[in-house]
Design a binder for this molecule. Structure first.
Ligand code: KG4
Ligand code: ZN
Length: 347
């Protein structure tokens, strides 16, 4: 079964063609990073206008790369939410029109379930339930127990800033640019992760929730202290050694909390057969290393097979859609009208 999927929840205009939920025939993305780097973050109005400009060219390119015509496509998938409503609406309206005109069933997908299914992409190894997944993105963090396909039990979630958001805010404090995650991880390569002792909020005993706002404030306080000691005018005068050390210390603190919380979940559910990480922050090499370090060797760990599957993409939406479809094929009909939503709850 071939699904053409569309993702426009934030600042990537993305389309993919996925066969049987796992084989990626095309995964096309028009990134807006260069545009939003100028403003240090996503301006929703600007993102929406870019989606309007890029949607059709990305669709065309995707079908061409997949060597598919519309007749080859069995169903469509679309990210319904959560996300920026003005961005989502460009994708949902495009999908609605195609579903109407080409008479294809349309499958609405919750964005975070897409991240979760990114671990199914690009290989055909059996994935065994029950499994645990840590989702770490720009706007959300969760630890989820999956006993079967599309069966999500949320064990823990972010109480304030998500991990990716903390990376982005710390990068801004250090004047490093947007998006913060990839830049912090690059700068941290030259730093000493034990240079600064930063707080790791473990919250109540056994809690699998996350809180990173205190860590972000601790970084801000270190930067202010350093700035006043050195008499700096602004962050552009911070030297590279300080930036590298604070970035490395911050990255270590975030990743250690993420890995320790995931381990708490694993110890609580020893029947778990696999442990996954997904979402933009799962691209972080140090996170992958730390998770490997804290887990026993015999635990099956999985992270997305390509960096492009970690950050927002449409391939993961197609994977999630395929497993939804398999659960109830009769539910998805042609000429469907999907409305976008900012809610996490999508039926
Ligand atoms: O999952 P994602 O692409 O979008 C959301 O659904 O939010 O995640 C984006 C987040 C951004 O905050 C970005 O800074 C972070 O993922 N990110 C990283 C890395 N690459 C992207 N964080 C840490 N290390 C990375 N290499
Ligand atoms: Zn995302």
């Amino acid at each position: 079964m071939k699904i053409l999927s569309i993702e426009t929840s934030c600042d990537e205009t993305a389309c993919a063609v996925i066969e049987d939920g796992r084989k990626v025939l095309a995964n096309t993305i028009a990134s807006q990073i260069d545009i939003h780097a100028k403003t240090g973050g996503v301006v929703p109005e600007v993102a929406a206008r870019e989606h309007v400009l890029k949607m059709i060219p990305v669709l065309d390119e995707c079908l061409e790369e997949a060597e598919c015509s519309w007749d080859d496509i069995d169903a469509l998938a679309i990210t319904r939410g959560p996300g920026l409503i003005s961005s989502l609406i460009i994708g949902t309206e495009t999908a609605n029109v195609i579903s109407y005109v080409k008479e294809k069933p349309l499958i609405p997908v919750q964005h975070i379930t897409g991240h979760i299914y990114s671990n199914w992409l690009g290989h055909d190894e059996e994935i065994k339930f029950p499994l645990l997944v840590l989702t770490v993105s720009g706007g959300h963090n969760e630890i989820i127990l999956m006993r079967d396909h599309h069966h999500f039990e949320v064990l823990g979630e972010s109480r304030d800033d998500a991990a990716g958001e903390a990376f982005d805010k710390v990068a801004r404090i250090l004047g490093l640019g947007y998006p913060g995650g990839p830049i912090i991880s690059k700068v941290a390569l030259d730093g000493d992760s034990s240079a600064y002792s930063l707080p790791q909020a473990m919250l109540e005993k056994g809690s699998m929730d996350f809180s990173f706002s205190g860590l972000k404030t601790a970084v801000l306080n270190e930067v202010k202290r350093y700035g006043s000691e050195k008499g700096l005018k602004d962050e552009s005068e911070i030297d590279d050694k300080f930036k590298a050390d604070i970035a490395a210390s911050f990255q270590e603190a975030v990743n250690e909390v993420l890995a320790k919380k995931l381990l708490i979940a694993y110890e609580k559910y020893p029947e778990v057969k696999e442990v996954h990480i997904a979402g933009g922050v799962s691209a972080n090499t140090r996170l992958r290393e730390i998770v490997k370090e804290v887990f026993p060797d015999d635990v099956k760990l999985r992270c997305p097979g390509k960096i492009s599957f970690c950050t927002d993409n449409a391939a993961m939406i197609g994977a999630s859609a395929y497993y939804l479809y398999k659960l109830d094929p009769g539910k998805y009909l042609p000429k469907t009208n999907i409305t976008p939503t900012t809610s996490f709850e999508i039926g």
